[in-house]
Design a protein around this ligand. Sequence first.
Ligand code: PMT
Length: 412
Amino acid sequence: MSGKRIVLGVTGGIAAYKAVELVRRLRETGAEVRVVMTTGARAFVTPLTFQAVSGQPVHTELLDESAEAGMGHIELARWADQVVVAPATAHFMAQLAHGLAPDLLSTLCLASAAPVLLAPAMNQQMWDNPATRANCQVLSDRGITLAGPASGSQACGDTGPGRMLEPIEIVQRLGVSGTGCLQGRVVVVTAGPTFEDIDPVRFIGNRSSGKMGFAVAEAALAAGARVHLVAGPVNLRTPAGVERADVRGAVEMRDVALALAAGADLFISVAAVADYTPAKPERQKIKKGPPRQTLDLESTPDIVAEVAAMEEGPLTVGFAAETENLRQHARDKLSRKRLDMIAANRVGLDGSGFESEMNEIVILTPEGETDLGKGNKRDLARLLVEEAARRLKGKDDIESCTAQNTRPATRN
Ligand code: PMT
């Protein structure tokens, strides 16, 4: 976490006082924190308090001559590796969901490419209101993380969901006090679909959005790894700190992935790679012709199987996207592709697997299985990364043990 640059937005809720403690906790991890306050927040806590705990001037105005000359809203948006808004009021979340930017904090959220985490805090009835529910859905669909709220007694006397998470829990959700289980490791993740061109205007693709793969890349980074993300055509922001290479077709993905896998400890193949590609893509647009057309297809390289077959290659984890007989088909892929682990998930037109924020995963290994259950893709990615890290450590232990046993005996 050392050196990570965090913009902490504070909005106008009673939980604003807890944000003071959050600044302290974040700084303890080695992060640099700059605080942005809304007018409402200043009714609860003074900027001077945040200035004292962050050791930095506090930003409050969108149109501030002195700030624009130095750290204006765009500079601040670019500066951030991570934006955290705690507490995030119902009003602020509604603004963000609708792309409104009337003040410094909302403008900054729109202008920043950094991941955004919101820690909602509000009365339980406001949290349950259909308008807030809909806004949460919109924000979550856009890849914004909602951490909390917790349930319990509230300052207004009500009891229910709406309490801001404790500062330490927010720090944990940021992954900053993660297990560090991949510290010093190099991880390659493939994500998204591949597009196989038929002619200059048409292609064969699939429904993968890249969300699962990007979540895995983010989780590996949070676990301390250097992460290379090989992404098919997707419309997602790169998690700050992840090194991304964009590719289009399966052959291009293979070339980039194999080159990176040669220096990696762990390879996680989340991409939905096309199994077939047009044998001879046309250079010109195919004109409308007879009522039936035949497309000649040939197999694409099996990227994950090639990585698994590399001599001294990385620990190799695949995904299995299945519409039926989940475990049986996944186990077949695990052994046929000679993988160390496979994450089996059901996909279908009902919205499972592809595109959604949620997934349900069972991890299979040659020895057994671990059911990760149903959850947010980010949470599942974290669990998957931890399982892979455990297996990686086990592999290292076996290798060092074998090396010791095969070392020639020393004479006295
Ligand atoms: O992107 P999202 O919208 O978030 O959706 C996530 C997901 C459903 C795409 C993801 O969770 C998932 O299941 N990814 C694997 C999709 C897939 O191609 O599964 P498969 O069962 O067809 O392939 C098995 C494994 O072989 C996969 O690891 C795949 O990356 C790999 N493969 C497949 C074909 C090929 N030519 N080369 C490969 O490396």
